[in-house]
Design a protein around this ligand. Structure first.
Ligand SMILES: [Zn+2]
Ligand SMILES: [Zn+2]
Length: 289
């Protein structure tokens, strides 16, 4: 991608000279040393692998996967604590005023509008009554919450901008607006579709009396989060679907973590229970995904 790079973008320092400092280590400036250390320790392997294919597209895809699956700061979708709190309120008081993104208020509100206005008082009141002691006791969650803002600046915007610029000489403008800003906007909208489209469009094979739907397009965009009728019917199922890895990279990721011994106790609904529920409350479509 060719777009002219400003000769000087960083207080009179040309991109060329900054890059040469980063590459050769001629400068002991602490900030530059920190940037070098971060880039080399965290991204060298990733970049060598992907750059060998000459793949800006692959980089874009990979970083999208990483931001959606692996790293909340990259996604900038609030820290884990806040995300879990809102998610629990959403399930417990789904499609009432206490639901943070109440889909009965329309597509726009459930998609993005809820983030643009003050929370409904019921969301705050009911949210405060939830038991969040388990996530408060989780050291990783609280560590991430403590350092959330600086980690967002670093992982969501700074690194995605620096990597293409440094490793395959992309212009700094393209590097900022495509891998950082566009990627962030696309991923946000894909995630928001779970709250909007997956509560409005699709069939309801498990429970036709609730609004959440099975929406395969949302599953594709949100890496498996579109099996929403299933997810709201059986919220304790770790896979959010009865179909395992089908359109469901998130399930594959959790399974990988279990395989590596980093996660355990996956809860799954039995086929018999699913079938009985389909027969009892489903819309008869018996389809999903
Ligand atoms: Zn959910
Ligand atoms: Zn939902």
């Amino acid at each position: 991608m060719a777009l002219s790079t400003p000769k000087s973008w960083c207080k009179g320092m040309s991109t060329g000279s900054l890059k040469s400092i980063l590459k050769t280590g001629q400068n002991n400036n602490f900030l530059i040393q920190m940037m070098k250390a971060l880039m080399f320790s965290k991204l060298l392997i990733l970049q060598l692998k992907w750059n060998s294919y000459g793949a800006e597209g692959a980089y874009f895809f990979l970083i999208t996967v990483i931001e959606t699956v692996l790293s909340a700061p990259v996604a900038l979708q609030n820290d884990i604590y806040e995300w879990v709190r809102d998610h629990r309120v959403h399930h417990k008081f789904s499609e009432t005023d206490a639901d943070p993104h109440n889909a009965t208020r329309g597509f726009f509100f459930s998609h993005i509008g809820w983030l643009l206005v003050r929370k409904h008082p019921d969301v705050i009141e009911k949210g405060q009554k939830l038991d969040l002691s388990d996530i408060k006791a989780d050291k990783v969650v609280m560590f991430q919450r403590r350092y959330y803002k600086p980690s967002v600046v670093l992982l969501c915007f700074t690194l995605p901008t620096l990597v293409p610029w440094y490793f395959w000489d992309e212009s700094i403008i393209i590097s900022f607006f495509i891998p950082a800003i566009l990627r962030y906007a696309v991923a946000l909208n894909a995630a928001w579709l779970v709250n909007s489209a997956a509560h409005m469009f699709g069939n309801r094979p498990y429970d036709q009396h609730i609004n959440p739907r099975e929406n395969p397009l949302v599953s594709l965009g949100a890496l498996g989060e579109g099996f929403h009728n299933y997810h709201h019917t059986f919220p304790y199922d770790y896979s959010t679907s009865e179909f395992g890895w089908r359109f469901n990279l998130t399930t594959a990721f959790i399974d990988l973590m279990c395989f590596l011994g980093l996660a355990s106790d996956r809860k799954k609904v039995s086929k018999e229970v699913i079938l009985a529920r389909k027969m009892r409350t489903g819309d008869g479509s018996h389809k999903s995904g």
